[in-house]
Write a protein that binds this ligand. Structure first.
Ligand code: TXA
Ligand code: MG
Length: 323
């Protein structure tokens, strides 16, 4: 496994990545949301390697990353609402689940044989790499299945190590939460996963209320939707009002939790109470708390508005009973 710094040699990073991807290999790369474990979405063996490297128990559908709306049009159908959302939010932390075109060259393993495909256009280096590669990249978060997502190259190296040939280091992910996933339908817009784009922003751009699926475990549910996803090793308790000796405490906006003076570590997601900063710190702090905890990880209540919806979603999953 090699780690290459994009800042130090962007051309080499792009060239080496394209080489490995065209051979059907895996490359971990930074996106503005989280690090992705990428493979050529048109190559079945390459996509199979993703599931193998992550130890994913089932062939769940993956997000296919495009260089822009023009590339996405080769594979999926856009209705007017999808068009509007793509134009407003791409490149960025929004994934659209859209009807797959009949002749689309996406390998069925990437979309788990469904007739829809999740597509998104990442910003920055990742977008340029896909443009150069000229094929979509299937990329789930670069972490072992069921573990906390990676927001730095070091996280990827620590978790996936030699299961990936190349890790591109682009520094800490700017957003720190996976993309928001929506499905525009004939009658509305379904929120499938809260994420790095606040639901309220999508509602403002679309002029529609998002519908939130209340069904637990629908058939197309993917790993991000499993209740115990994003789990650290230590037990995690949310909305904590007290801490015990040896607990690792994650707090927000300087809030003290009674008992936290005996904590093994106290990490504040955002001392100033900024939910964007909290989102960017969340996964790294969960990993650090996990390492430091001699007892449980306890997390102070986090506001639910804006990005707080996605932050609370990830914390609830981390706190859920393990399967
Ligand atoms: O920010 C992100 O979205 C990151 C970065 C790397 O782009 N990627 C990511 O991918 O989180 P992944 O594979 O971990 O999440 C895939 C999610 C699944 O949880 C599932 O809910 C949804 O995408 N998904 C994929 N295809 C779908 C489909 N056809 N219908 C419904 N949901 C789908
Ligand atoms: Mg994931």
């Amino acid at each position: 496994m090699t780690i290459l710094s994009i800042a130090q040699n962007e051309d080499r990073a792009r060239k080496d990545a394209c080489g490995i991807l065209s051979e059907g290999g895996l490359v971990a790369l930074p996106t503005e949301t989280v690090y992705g474990l990428a493979a050529d979405a048109t190559n079945g063996e390459a996509v199979a390697r993703i599931f193998e490297a992550k130890g994913r128990p089932r062939f769940n559908p993956l997000i296919c990353h495009m260089s822009g709306i023009a590339m996405a049009r080769r594979y999926v159908e856009f209705n007017a609402m999808a068009e509007r959302l793509a134009e407003t939010f791409w490149p960025g932390p929004l994934t659209l689940v859209l009807p797959l075109k009949a002749d689309a060259a996406i390998h069925p393993l990437a979309c788990a044989g469904l007739d829809t495909l999740a597509v998104r256009v990442p910003t920055g280096f990742a977008q340029g790499l896909i443009a150069e590669f000229d094929r979509p990249l299937a990329a789930p978060s670069a972490n072992t299945s069921g573990k906390v997502s990676s927001t730095t190259a070091d996280h990827v190296a620590a978790d996936l190590g030699n299961r990936v040939r190349l890790i591109l280091d682009g520094g800490p992910a700017a957003i720190g939460l996976e993309s928001t996933i929506v499905k525009p339908t004939k009658t509305g817009i379904e929120l499938l996963r809260p994420g790095g784009l606040a639901a309220a922003e999508i509602e403002a751009a679309s002029g529609m209320r998002l519908t939130r699926s209340t069904e637990a475990a629908p058939a197309i549910e993917a790993p991000g939707m499993l209740r115990s996803h994003y789990a650290p090793g230590a037990h995690l308790r949310i909305n904590a009002q007290t801490a015990a000796a040896g607990d690792a405490v994650i707090t927000f906006a300087g809030k003290a939790i009674p008992g936290d003076e005996h904590a093994s570590i106290v990490l504040d997601l955002s001392p100033s109470g900024n939910l964007r900063e909290a989102a960017a710190n969340l996964f790294d702090f969960m990993k650090r708390a996990d390492t430091a905890a001699r007892n449980q990880i306890v997390v102070a209540p986090i506001p639910k508005e804006g990005l707080g919806e996605a932050i609370n979603d990830r914390l609830e999953r981390a706190a859920a009973p393990r399967v």
